[in-house]
Design a protein around this ligand. Structure first.
Ligand code: ATP
Ligand code: MG
Length: 375
């Protein structure tokens, strides 16, 4: 729970979240209005300002947990869903933007969904760029007001013209496609910054598409914004999204400007995208330690040492060695480490290929395992 005002002030009154999606109620026994958090960034920055201001910058944070939005429930769009996200507070360097985007990309690669997503990138520019663009865009939408959706008309009347680009109404889509591009109205400084972001992405080998209509729904964004989008989840296509929010702390009433950037990812959508193919314990190549009863203490210690090296280790030391191996096979272990009578060495066997290797110590076994051998 956060004070409702935190979201109202930072996300913007006519954002989707504040205008229709928040679960807000008054705290029993008081007139304090509270809201089930619809997103994580505002709360992280609230906590940062409350208790971490004296720490050296930049500060890096992550969060993970349920979020709540009163939406029409459907596949990939839930009223209680789960997000994890990262924030970096206190650096306005383009390298921070690039590291943050790279972190999202590496995560999607490790989850093996990178081939199913596309990075959409845009720059919202500095306030000066947005003011210039807003005028142009307002004129454009006013010229076509008769074909705008009711919701977008309302936004136009309220002066929330950028928000129209974020409209999910079908009738607005062609109009949005043909709208003037924000990228043509960036200030020289923002243009230069955005070029550095793009060349950095090329250095990192991260493919991207420029999406001048990508505005993100929230008021606090400026300069870099991005979304990793898939076409495989219908209209619920955004799996990881974020951007730079250099104005957020001042909007929250703090006098010294502190820049920030971050992203959030929806866990349910990630799981749907991976379609059961998320890396599991199986991919961690479980190791079974096999030993006759008289060496079970050494086996116990070996399993402990291997776990400390970061491996997933199984053992059935109370069974006869043959049964231990049979168990390993049915459970799907990848390797077995044998502790043998009168042998100081450990034997590592690849259970799929039956190839074996000898090593004198756990660190040496670990090294063998890390190199994928014996195979
Ligand atoms: P959308 O455009 O799909 O409504 P959003 O722009 O509202 O998404 P963000 O506020 O950027 O989404 O939230 C970050 C991520 O959280 C999204 O990319 C998505 O993966 C996930 N997400 C957002 N809303 C929901 C929801 N109602 N149910 C499940 N996941 C969600
Ligand atoms: Mg939404």
């Amino acid at each position: 729970l956060e004070p409702s005002e935190l979201f109202e002030r930072t996300l913007g009154a006519d954002s989707d979240i504040v205008s229709k999606e928040m679960y807000t109620f008054s705290s029993p026994g008081s007139d304090e209005r509270v809201t089930l958090r619809p997103e994580g960034t505002a709360g992280v920055i609230r906590a940062f300002l409350a208790s971490a201001l004296s720490l050296p910058l930049p500060q890096k944070y992550y969060y993970c947990g349920p979020m709540f939005r009163r939406e029409r429930p459907q596949k990939g769009r839930l009223r209680q869903f789960h997000q994890f996200g990262v924030e970096c507070v206190g650096s306005d360097s383009v390298f921070t933007d690039l590291e943050i985007i790279d972190m999202g990309w590496q995560l999607l690669r490790r989850l093996k969904v990178d081939s199913k997503v596309e990075l959409h990138l845009n720059s919202l520019g500095d306030p000066e760029s947005r003011t210039a663009y807003r005028t142009v865009l307002e004129r454009y939408f006013k010229d076509h007001i008769n074909i705008l959706s009711a919701n977008s008309k309302m936004r136009l009347e309220k002066g929330a013209v950028l928000r129209i680009l974020d409209s999910k109404e079908k009738e607005d889509h062609t109009l949005i496609q043909d709208a003037p591009s924000l990228l043509n109205h960036l200030s020289p400084a923002s243009t230069q910054r955005f070029q550095k972001i793009q060349s950095g992405l090329e250095v990192l080998g991260i493919p991207y598409t420029l999406d001048p209509k990508l505005v993100r729904g929230l008021d606090y964004y400026g300069e870099t914004v991005f979304e990793f989008v898939t076409t495989q989840l219908g209209a619920q296509g955004t799996v990881l999204a974020g951007g730079r929010y250099d104005r957020l702390v001042s909007v929250m009433g703090h006098t010294r400007p502190i820049p920030g950037i971050g992203w959030a990812s929806g866990i349910e959508r990630l799981v749907m995208l991976a379609a059961g193919g998320l890396p599991t314990a199986r991919d961690m190549k479980p190791v079974v330690v096999v030993s006759p009863e008289e060496h079970s203490n050494r086996a116990l210690r070996t399993a402990h040492d291997l776990r400390e090296q970061g491996f997933e280790v199984w053992s059935w030391l109370w069974l006869p060695p043959k049964k231990q191996l049979a168990k390993a096979a049915t459970e799907g272990a990848s390797y077995a480490v044998f502790i043998a009578e009168g042998d100081q060495d450990l034997t590592l066997r690849n259970l799929a290929t039956r190839k074996e290797g000898q090593a004198a110590s756990v660190p040496a076994i670990s090294e063998l395992l890390r190199q994928g051998g014996p195979n």
